[in-house]
Design a protein around this ligand. Structure first.
Ligand code: F0G
Length: 456
């Protein structure tokens, strides 16, 4: 497929450098084969995450200068409130410093010990905040998400049949249902509007609040326009509004689709009592309601970013980048979670490195190779990230062994994508020689950020 040209030109640049192969091999050894231990300046193309790594626009940067830094009642706050209300149709929108702060503020107000929350798939931090609130987190994604080769348009969907069953199995215990858009852990896969409507109907019937984890709400809406026939003629903006109509509240990491380096939001549709409690927790954890842990300039950049993230020309280019990379990999039979997702490609490392068992972390092995091969930093989304069973201490087996190439927004060019594809093709040619890894040291929780490894 052809590359969709950038709908922008470059006004400011940041130099990146490629170390020699010998230096890269040394750096990753010194980092104990954990990409989180690398210095960013030793990375040539950084695909560790699409979170907080976007390039801001000239409009956003000029907003930074206009930001109102008043402690209470800043103009920038009201601009953000108006923008959020208009886009999502929610009565209240609360800024916070990032996505997990939104979760920390909202989740304890919805759930507690002895309860469960059910999601199409929890992201690590949403799962952690469900558990910190004392509840248990259950994943309920459609089964076809687990087959990386299945060409299904909405692999991020909630399995609504299983949702009904889980609700029946936990009578009176389900505190909330969480719809993650796009479904990050399943590969940036979208959720259809039909699935959202069906899920909302089930929630209404059982009197359960439906919370949207909305980090990639714009990419999800664009996929609905492209893939769900009923909405082909709708604008992305109208699709967003329609989608949010079925939710009761949302948490959002604004570091993704809202194109800022830091920021988050909580939305409440129409529940004045909940709004009051959200404000109370925000003041305790984040700061006064009119800034929520952000500077006035951040609020200004965020309000502009929310609008820019919905521009359809931009979204076509954005999803086009990922599809372009996927199309090169198709020519070489390199397997990934297909169809390509919104914020990056999730390489099926288990299929690419079949000789490495999950206990030796194929996703991590491929991440190390990509750094050595081309200075590209990615991360494991598999058994290395999942960790050990807290009760038995045994290595858990993840549903997927992915190496995620998360593409920052408005940052890399077609030539950079060609470098990514070239590196994967070179590694595929010597796949049988790629070693697995064993952990030599690990901390008790969230180990993948700090663990040390060595080749087997
Ligand atoms: N929800 C989803 C679906 C996410 O992908 C993330 C972050 C969060 C919540 C938490 O937001 O980082 O602003 O506190 N995902 C990043 C990633 C870190 O790399 O996928 P945060």
């Amino acid at each position: 497929i052809t590359y969709v040209p950038e709908p922008f030109r470059i006004k400011m640049v940041e130099t990146i450098r490629l170390l020699t192969r010998e230096e890269r091999a040394r750096k990753i050894r010194e980092a104990h084969h954990n990409v989180f231990n690398l210095r960013a300046e030793d990375v040539y193309i950084d695909l560790l995450t699409d979170s907080g790594t976007s390039a801001m626009s000239a409009e956003q940067w000029s907003g930074v200068m206009r930001g109102d830094e008043a402690y209470a009642g800043a103009r920038s706050y009201f601009r953000l409130l108006d923008t959020g209300r208009a886009l999502f149709g929610y009565e209240y929108v609360q800024p916070v410093h990032q996505g997990r702060a939104a979760e920390k503020v909202l989740f304890p107000l919805l759930m507690g010990p002895g309860q469960v929350a059910i999601s199409n798939m929890f992201f690590d931090t949403t799962r952690a905040h469900v558990e910190l609130a004392g509840a248990r987190a259950l994943d309920c994604v459609v089964p076809e998400a687990r087959d990386t080769r299945a060409q299904v348009p909405f692999k991020g969907n909630m399995d609504t049949t299983r949702l009904e069953r889980l609700i029946a199995e936990h009578p009176g215990q389900v505190a909330a249902v969480v719809m993650t858009i796009t479904n990050n852990s399943a590969g940036g896969q979208p959720v259809s509007l039909r699935n959202m409507r069906d899920t909302a109907e089930i929630c209404r019937r059982h009197g359960l609040p439906l919370v949207i984890d909305a980090a990639r709400f714009a990419e999800n809406a664009y996929f609905i326009q492209q893939r769900e026939a009923e909405y082909r003629d709708w604008s992305v903006r109208d699709i967003v509004r329609e989608f949010f109509r079925y939710g009761d509240a949302f948490t959002m990491s604004a570091k993704k689709d809202a194109l800022v380096n830091m920021g988050g939001l909580i939305g409440v549709k129409s529940d004045p009592a909940l709004v009051q409690r959200v404000k109370g927790n925000t003041i305790a954890f984040e700061g006064f309601t009119s800034y929520g842990g952000l500077s006035g300039r951040d609020l200004e950049a965020l309000a502009t970013g929310l609008e820019e993230g919905l521009d359809e020309t931009y979204l076509r280019y954005r999803t086009g980048q990922v599809a372009y990379l996927a199309s090169i990999l198709d020519e070489h039979g390199i397997p990934y979670q297909s169809p390509p997702g919104g914020h990056g490609l999730f390489i099926d490392a288990q299929a690419m490195l079949p000789h490495i068992p999950y206990t030796q972390f194929p996703g991590q092995a491929l991440a190390v190779e990509l750094y050595v091969e081309a200075g590209i930093r990615t991360c494991d989304i598999g058994s290395f990230m999942l960790g050990n069973d807290p009760d038995t201490g045994e290595q858990l087996r993840a549903d997927f062994e992915f190496t995620r190439l998360a593409v920052p927004r408005r940052v890399y060019t077609q030539a950079h994508l060609d470098v990514m594809a070239g590196a994967l093709i070179a590694i595929q040619a010597r796949a049988a020689q790629v070693p697995g890894y064993r952990i030599t040291w690990e901390p008790p929780v969230l180990r993948h950020f700090q663990a040390e490894l060595e080749p087997v």
